[in-house]
Ligand binder design. Structure first.
Ligand code: EPU
Length: 349
């Protein structure tokens, strides 16, 4: 959305804008101002407007990892930039630079159609390319940090563009520097991925491996891995276009080994994965399920019946309803297991 000023397009600032179609939880909250930006110049104009009007910012990609607790009293900047470009290649790899506004799953499909591999396990993750590094999206044994070479980001205060190498993003499990030391300081404008010309499949995730029991590894293609991941996701995770949700509502908690041994003595069936040295990652979905929440509905918000880690908002109610359910779940998991769950999506305002 833009208007002409002289010969230059300027982005259009829309007041009192309903964000319901712009967040996958379908919460009907209003933004005081809303603007869609297609490139760095429009983004800079939006930042100047926010500064002049003293508005807080919400950077919006696919809206698949936010919960709107209430109306947003500032400026929502919807990143709508497009483009994919091969910036380098050698015998093994292609470096693909992708604009932040591109849809993640469409990028995965594009890569497979162009014989570029590595993204197959990350098929069907909702959201935009620019949002993906913030929480280091991951699924079925692969995380974005395994594939990202560098990214470009605009400094919100100065408007200057900066390159972050993979290492400087300080990626962790559902974590990066953009959620920590540099929170709210940069807008990611493009991501450069290092993709393979020859497939190197990752089938370590048990449910994914199980999809290929009778097939020799050498016969499996990345396209088949993508199809298997899509099948697993569709079986467990609700399609946000049909049942509003933001994927996992909590992170899988990481605890130390000694604490885990004590928990396991009391709960022999507890689901866990090895994490960093001396640490264990627990399946939050299992904890929530064991606490009796799977399939429950409270005040109109619900716990998905196929995966207790996913909360849904079938009646498109205010975000507070979902947050109240989340708080009750958190409390009961703490009472039963002594584990404090941490919310995965970001809450605004
Ligand atoms: N489980 C239950 N009951 C449930 C849900 C899960 O017992 O209601 C058990 C499962 O049987 C399994 C274990 O918990 O043994 C883990 O479940 P699952 O394989 O479904 O994965 P997850 O740990 O719940 C994580 C990610 C997902 C990602 C999958 C696959 C987080 C917070 N979530 O879920 O990511 O797709 O692994 O890699 O790390 C997302 O971030 O939005 C997301 C969907």
């Amino acid at each position: 959305m833009s208007a002409l000023k002289g010969n230059q397009a300027v982005p259009l600032f829309l007041p009192h804008f309903n964000l319901q179609k712009y967040n996958t939880l379908a919460v009907p909250a209003l933004a005081r101002h809303f603007v869609s930006v297609k490139n760095d110049n429009e983004l800079r104009e939006a930042l100047v407007f926010a500064r002049a009007e003293n508005l807080s910012l919400l950077l919006l990609g696919g809206g698949s990892n936010i919960v709107l607790r209430d109306d947003f009293p500032g400026l929502v900047i919807h990143i709508k930039s497009h483009g994919r470009e091969v910036v380098a290649e050698n015998d093994e790899f292609v470096w693909l630079k992708v604009a932040a506004g591109e849809n993640w799953h469409q990028l995965v499909e594009y890569s497979l159609d162009n014989a570029l591999y590595g993204l197959e396990n990350l098929s069907l993750i909702p959201g935009s390319v620019g949002a993906a590094p913030i929480q280091n999206i991951g699924a079925y044994g692969v995380e974005l940090k395994d594939l990202i070479e560098e990214l470009s980001a605009l400094n919100i205060r100065s408007g200057l563009s900066v390159t972050f190498t993979n290492e400087s993003c300080q990626f962790g499990y559902r974590d990066s520097i953009f959620k920590q030391a540099l929170k709210d300081q940069y807008v990611i404008t493009s991501v450069t991925l290092r993709l393979r010309k020859h497939p190197q499949l990752n089938l370590v995730y048990p449910a994914l491996r199980a999809a290929f029991t009778d097939v020799p590894d050498t016969d499996i293609t990345p396209q088949q891995v993508s199809a298997a991941v899509i099948g697993i996701r569709r079986a467990k995770l609700p399609d946000p276009a049909i049942i509003p949700n933001v994927g996992s509502f909590f992170k899988n908690p990481v605890i130390d080994q000694a604490r885990f041994e004590a928990l396991k003595a009391l709960n022999p069936a507890i689901v866990s994965y090895p994490a960093a040295a001396n640490q264990v990652k627990l399946a939050a979905g299992w904890l929530i399920d064991q606490a009796g929440w799977r399939g429950k509905e409270v005040g109109g918000a619900a716990v998905h019946s196929q995966q207790a880690l996913v909360l849904t908002n079938p009646f498109k109610l205010p975000g507070l309803v979902v947050l109240e359910l989340a708080a009750s779940i958190k409390q009961s998991v703490y009472e039963q297991f002594g584990i404090t769950l941490e919310m995965e999506p970001r809450i605004y305002p």
